[in-house]
Design a protein around this ligand. Structure first.
Ligand SMILES: C[S@@+](CC[C@H](N)C(=O)[O-])C[C@H]1O[C@@H](n2cnc3c(N)ncnc32)[C@H](O)[C@@H]1O
Length: 205
């Protein structure tokens, strides 16, 4: 699993990946699906899928596969190899499918191709884990938080990537969502690894 993770295109370092995997294994014990917002090329999906396989649950991953703002041409995280030459837009879906196939994890994963708030609006099942790593603007990160966390079961885990308390280290939208979760009184912090935060959903007081 780790070799497949390291071979996949993506931005998550190994220490954060291991923390995400540990959270997914813990959450998998609830026997509920594990959900990811922000599939990209499947690097982090591999970890959720491996944990889902151990737990006998599904990993669900949502992405429109057209890339976030910072992945567009001319921006810092653009990869020209991920542009579909026929339509001239980013398309990470083929790379994602190759990643999952190479990892032997296709059977564990349900990929939703579309906008996260639209998928969340249709969703009705309780979730064991919500991993937020989609768009990093306030609009997108807030919509992901508001759309998916209501489906998180008590005891389920909320994992947020790219949480940077210091603006010098990165954008602040995921950090604001993280603070909002803690302020809600419905989450307690379990771990901090690099920019990855793991929170547990607590029952209402
Ligand atoms: C930082 S990348 C995800 C990286 C991935 N989790 C990994 O570790 O390899 C963010 C992804 O979110 C997707 N995205 C951004 N906004 C979205 C939205 N509103 N709905 C669905 N996907 C979105 C982008 O297309 C992009 O692939």
């Amino acid at each position: 699993m780790l070799a497949a993770f390291e071979a996949a295109k993506g931005f998550m370092p190994v220490d954060e990946g291991l923390a995400l995997y540990a959270a997914a294994v813990t959450a998998g014990r609830l026997g509920l699906p594990l959900l990811e917002v922000g599939t990209y090329c499947g690097r982090s999906t591999i970890l959720l899928a491996a944990a889902a396989r151990e737990a006998g649950v599904s990993a669900v991953t949502v992405d429109h596969h057209r890339g976030s703002e910072e992945q567009q041409p001319g921006w810092e995280y653009h990869d020209p190899g991920l542009v579909d030459p026929e339509v001239g837009l980013m398309d990470t879906l083929p790379s994602f499918r190759r990643t999952l196939h190479a990892a032997g994890l296709e059977d564990q994963v349900i990929a939703l191709v579309g906008r996260s708030p639209r998928a969340a609006a249709l969703w009705a099942a309780p979730l064991g884990l919500v991993f937020i790593d989609g768009g990093h603007t306030d609009e997108h990160a807030t919509a992901d938080y508001e759309g998916w966390t209501p489906h998180l079961a008590d005891g389920g885990l909320l994992v947020i990537h790219d949480v940077f308390p210091d603006p010098a280290d990165g954008g602040q939208a995921p950090y604001r969502v993280y603070l909002r979760a803690l302020d809600s009184g419905r989450f307690e912090e379990l771990s901090v690894t690099g920019s990855l935060r793991v929170l547990r959903r607590t029952p209402p007081r």
